[in-house]
Every structure is written in structure tokens, then in C-alpha cells.
Ligand binder design. Structure first.
Ligand code: ATP
Ligand code: MG
Length: 405
């Protein structure tokens, strides 16, 4: 991509009402545009980051045999009334609207009800199970406070996976596979070292659910961890009863703030029962389908990573999700000529700063945008037959022969 050809400009100032570091930096660096609290537009660079995050998740889920769908945001109240979740008393973050032709619609805050309803058309027998279905979908939640940039949107992007099983054992074993996939996903996203599988409350059908919490000073959650991080709990379950149950009573726990990037849940019959999702077993008995659900906040992850790795100069993307691997700058007539040659056929890897501005401005933008490697070609580097490559994270520079790039 050529910077001279995009409408996006970096900004000196973040939007006045933007309180979160991730929102401010992503706005200034030209990844997003703020419409209002909790609602953002994704610009070309921002879409690339989102797509890179999605692709990592997609690869890991497809490897488990999951199938991708895309469901509508518009919600017919009917299935939600069967589970009691259309009521504003039960779920207080609904956006609802009246239809011109009469009746009410909701904008989906999550998709358990519609997917269970949908699956009634496709699941009849034990032979149809198990099934694992996921989507990357825009959710709407009328959050009271949306002051955390991308980390808490009123409209946000979630990956939601739902699994359907004929037995509890099958649900249990798939749940473990998803745990392993989530570990791989967070590692590939560059937050594996600071993201912990955390015990959370399980509701009526299972003892615990699990959250994936990324340690972050401005995280909205509080978690508790033992010395080797083998047991991590959220606030809801950090009590004597649970500590005893987990065999860690008396062990020392430390407290930290964190952001919930994912949440996995054994639902069992929570939705399949009220909505009547059944299958006929091998002995021809009618049985209720076992379910699990597995969320991951795609846009929140982008905000968390922006927030977590940023330094005083701007964003610092992990290579795996950076919009481009290289930020290319040519200085002087010869430098620019060589930069053009290097850029040819590498439009997907290189963000080419071919704007008619001072090198200093280009360097500042390279840092603000957080592109992993800055490549500079000038008379000075050409004298060595080289380009200078600077690592955004460490700030270290080295000369690399042009023929070896
Ligand atoms: P929170 O406690 O932070 O409100 P939640 O428990 O409501 O999260 P889920 O309903 O489990 O979240 O949604 C699955 C995932 O979607 C979460 O783990 C989180 O990563 C993401 N998510 C939830 N709410 C938002 C939001 N308002 N903006 C961005 N991402 C969100
Ligand atoms: Mg919530």
C-alpha cells in the first residue's frame, strides 16, 4: 500500500472525548475513526489488523472441524422469549426497534437463541452430531459505560462458536480441544504469555466456566493467581469454597487487573431444552442436545494488544497481526528509486511511505503506526549496497544488503 494513495492521515490529536489509550492511538495512527462512544469505523489499516486476527482464529477453529457461518443481527423475539432473555429485566443491554410493519426486533447481543433455533432444521438424529459452528459477527450491546476504546464497544466484533453433542463426554472432550485451540490462538496473537485461563462461575449446568484474561493495567476485571499461574480465578469465584474445591486453600494468591478476551462455557441443556433442540438416539429415544459456547472478542483483542504493547512513540504490533510487516522509506533521488524497486510486487507486505514529506515525519508515523520493521534506503545505506532495517519493538537497527532483502 502506498501512503500517498490513501485518504487516511495520521492525526496529531486524538478525538477529545477519547479517554482510552488504545482508542486514542488507533485513531491518531489512522486505524479507526470514532463515531461516538462505543462505535468506531475501521479504516483500511484497521481492517487489515481485524482480518489478521480473524484468520488466526479461523485457522485454529477449522483445524478442529468447525464450520463458519454468518448469521443475521436482526432478532425475532420469539426464541428469546422461550428462554426469558428478551426481557430488559433479564438482559439489560438490548438495542430494540419497532418494525414499520408492526412488532419489535432486537439487535443481537449474542446468538445462542437463534443458532439453537436454526439447528432445529438440521439436527434430527445422533448421526447429525457432533457439530461445531462459528461466525465472526457484529454484536450490539447497550453498554452503560463505553469508555475503553475498542475494548468495550456498543457495536463490536465477536467470534462465537457453538458446539452440539449427543453426550456429555463428547461435550467435555471438545471443550478441552477448544481450550487448546484458544491457547494456540492467544500465543499466535502475541499475548500468550500474559493471557490466563481463568476459573469463572458456571451457572446452573456446570461448576465452572472459563474466561481468558489478559493482564492489563487498565483492564476492567480483577483476577487472582498463584505463584506459577497454574490456578487463576476471577472475582466471582475467588472465595474459600472454590479455593477448597480446587485444592488451593491456604496458597498465596496475588491480585491484578485484566481484560477478558474470551469466555468458554459448557451450556449443556441451558438453551437446547427451552428451545426444544432434540435428536433421536441410537435406541430411537428422543434426547436433548448437549451444547457448549465459546466467545472471543475480536475487536476487544485488537484494543487490548494496541493498549498493551504501545510505548511513548505509538503502537507496537506483533508481527502476526500487523497490517504490514515493513514500513518503507526512500530518502533522496537514489533512495526513492531503490525503494520503488523493492516495493514492486510486495504491496501486501510493505507500507510504502512515498509521500512528499520530510523523512522525520515519515519516521514519526512509522513509529506511531507500529509497523514491525522500518526499512530506510538512502545514499548513506546505498554506499554499503544496503538498506537500514529498524525493529519497532527493540529500536535496534542493522544494515542488510539489498540483494538479501
Ligand atoms: P464483559 O464482562 O467484559 O462485559 P461478557 O461476559 O459480557 O464480557 P461475553 O458475553 O462472554 O462477554 O462475550 C464474549 C467475548 O466478547 C468477551 O469475552 C469479550 O472478549 C467480548 N466482549 C464482550 N462485550 C464486549 C464489548 N462491549 N465490546 C467488545 N468486546 C466485548
Ligand atoms: Mg458484558
Amino acid at each position: 500500500m502506498r501512503l500517498s494513495k490513501t485518504f487516511v492521515k495520521t492525526l496529531r490529536e486524538a478525538p477529545k472525548d477519547e479517554l482510552a489509550k488504545n482508542g486514542a492511538l488507533l485513531s491518531r495512527a489512522g486505524y479507526i475513526h470514532k463515531e461516538m462512544a462505543g462505535a468506531y469505523d475501521y479504516l483500511p489499516l484497521g481492517i487489515k489488523v481485524i482480518e489478521n486476527i480473524k484468520q488466526i482464529i479461523r485457522e485454529e477453529l477449522n483445524a478442529l472441524g468447525c464450520e463458519e457461518v454468518l448469521m443475521t443481527s436482526l432478532q425475532n423475539p420469539e426464541p428469546w422469549e422461550k428462554t426469558g432473555r428478551f426481557s430488559d429485566q433479564e438482559v439489560d443491554i438490548w438495542f430494540k426497534t419497532e418494525l414499520a410493519s408492526g412488532g419489535t426486533l432486537g439487535l443481537a447481543p449474542t446468538h445462542e437463541e437463534p443458532i439453537v433455533n436454526m439447528m432445529k432444521s438440521y439436527v434430527a438424529s445422533y448421526k447429525d452430531l457432533p457439530l461445531y459452528v462459528y461466525q465472526f459477527q457484529t454484536k450490539f450491546r447497550n453498554e452503560l459505560r463505553a469508555k475503553s476504546g475498542l475494548m468495550r464497544g456498543r457495536e463490536f466484533l465477536m467470534k462465537d462458536l457453538y458446539s452440539f453433542h449427543a453426550s456429555e463426554e463428547d461435550l467435555d472432550s471438545f471443550y478441552e480441544k477448544v481450550e487448546e485451540a484458544y491457547t494456540r490462538i492467544f500465543k499466535r496473537l502475541g499475548i500468550g504469555n500474559d493471557t490466563y485461563k481463568t476459573f469463572a462461575s458456571g451457572g446452573i449446568f456446570s461448576k465452572y466456566s472459563h474466561e481468558y484474561q489478559t493482564v492489563l493495567p487498565v483492564g476492567e476485571d480483577t483476577i487472582y493467581y498463584n505463584s506459577d499461574h497454574s490456578v487463576v480465578l476471577n472475582k466471582e469465584v475467588y472465595n474459600d469454597e472454590v479455593l477448597t474445591d480446587l485444592g488451593v486453600k491456604g496458597v498465596e494468591f496475588a491480585e491484578t487487573t485484566a481484560a477478558e478476551v474470551g469466555n468458554i462455557f459448557k451450556l449443556k441443556f441451558k438453551y437446547s431444552e427451552p428451545l426444544g433442540l432434540k435428536f433421536s438416539s441410537e435406541d430411537n429415544e428422543s434426547k436433548t442436545v448437549y451444547m457448549g459456547c465459546y466467545g472471543l472478542g475480536v475487536s476487544r483483542v485488537m484494543g487490548v494488544i494496541a493498549e498493551k504493547f504501545a510505548d511513548e512513540k505509538g503502537l507496537v504490533w506483533p508481527e502476526s497481526i500487523a497490517p504490514f510487516k515493513y514500513y518503507l522509506v526512500g530518502i533522496g533521488e537514489n533512495g526513492i528509486k531503490e525503494a520503488e524497486k523493492l516495493y514492486a510486487n510486495r504491496e501486501n507486505e510493505i507500507l510504502f511511505d512515498d509521500r512528499d514529506v520530510r523523512p522525520g515525519e515519515k519516521f514519526a508515523d512509522a513509529e506511531l503506526m507500529g509497523i514491525p520493521y522500518r526499512v530506510v534506503i538512502s545514499d548513506k545505506t546505498l554506499a554499503e549496497g544496503s538498506a537500514e532495517i529498524t525493529d519497532r519493538r527493540t529500536g535496534e537497527s542493522k544494515l542488510v544488503k539489498l540483494s538479501e532483502i
